[in-house]
Design a protein around this ligand. Structure first.
Ligand code: PEP
Ligand code: MN
Length: 262
């Protein structure tokens, strides 16, 4: 907590890529890693826009077991080799303890998904490694539960933690999740850890994602993680909330102009 550590935590990923309060971090990429061609196209777009961290799931927690569940370790190796040769860092979801070791050499940040926010064995194990971990808020998790999950990782020895507000399940059903804008200033006040907003899962509707991204920025988030794809309609998962390249570039311009005001 802030009481214990006043100075904000900075997450160093190497090659001068840092997640901290000092700059607004933009993480972008597809919901799922789909193919070599897809990785290449998206990496090129990130390079063009000077984005240093790419997201993309290879182990996908899906509501239906029949939905696309990711390319697994082979997909991660491909993801890693293309990103590495382009100077891009990787964040991807780890779903269980047994995956940590085999994934570690290909990953820059381990993402713990909303469905695993209280998988305490996974959190304990991630506390014992020397790699940054981004913790997503649980599907119906409170702010305090998110902070307690961070304590699991922290108390086991890993202090490289990023918090992520990705919306929670409420009674409202006119969008996917209720993005909790209030969580951002509260997390920033209570914790010294960087706070990243996920507007894609936060609202779940592509045309509104940029507005939520900008709102999160105004609320004090240290960055955003956004789903992008050159053909969102054809994405293997979460296409409905994925920005196309044009929409993403428009958002980047808006972020730059708001940055000057804040
Ligand atoms: C994702 O990032 O694609 C994802 C599955 O997120 P969440 O765990 O927040 O639902
Ligand atoms: Mn997704």
């Amino acid at each position: 907590s802030r009481k214990w550590k006043v100075n904000p935590t900075e997450i160093e990923l190497g090659d001068n890529v840092t997640i901290s309060e000092k700059d607004f971090t933009i993480i972008a990429g597809p919901c799922s890693i789909e193919s070599e061609e897809q990785i290449h196209k998206i990496v090129q777009h990130l390079v063009k826009n000077n984005i240093k961290i790419m997201r993309g799931g290879v182990y996908k927690p899906r509501s239906s077991p029949y939905a696309f569940r990711g390319l697994g370790l082979e997909g991660l190796k491909l993801f890693h080799s293309i990103c590495k040769s382009n100077g891009i860092k990787i964040i991807t979801e780890v779903m269980q303890v047994s995956q940590i070791d085999e994934m570690a050499e290909y990953v820059d940040i381990f993402q713990v998904g909303a469905r695993n926010a209280q998988n305490f064995n996974l959190l304990d194990a991630l506390g014992r490694i020397d790699k940054p971990v981004m913790l997503k808020r649980g599907i119906s998790g409170t702010i305090d539960e998110l902070l307690q999950s961070a304590e699991y990782v922290f108390s086991a020895g890993n202090e490289k933690i990023i918090l992520c507000e990705r919306g929670i399940r409420t009674f409202e059903n006119s969008y996917r999740n209720t993005f909790d804008i209030n969580a951002i200033p509260i997390l920033k006040e209570k914790s010294h850890l960087p706070v990243i907003a996920d507007p894609s899962h936060g609202i779940g509707l592509r045309n509104h994602v940029p507005k939520i991204a900008l709102a999160a920025m105004a609320a004090g988030a240290d960055g955003i993680i956004t789903e992008i794809h050159y053909e969102p309609e054809k994405a293997f998962s979460d296409g409905q909330q994925t920005l196309n390249f044009e929409e993403f570039e428009k958002l980047l311009k808006q972020i730059k102009s708001i940055k000057k005001v804040l």
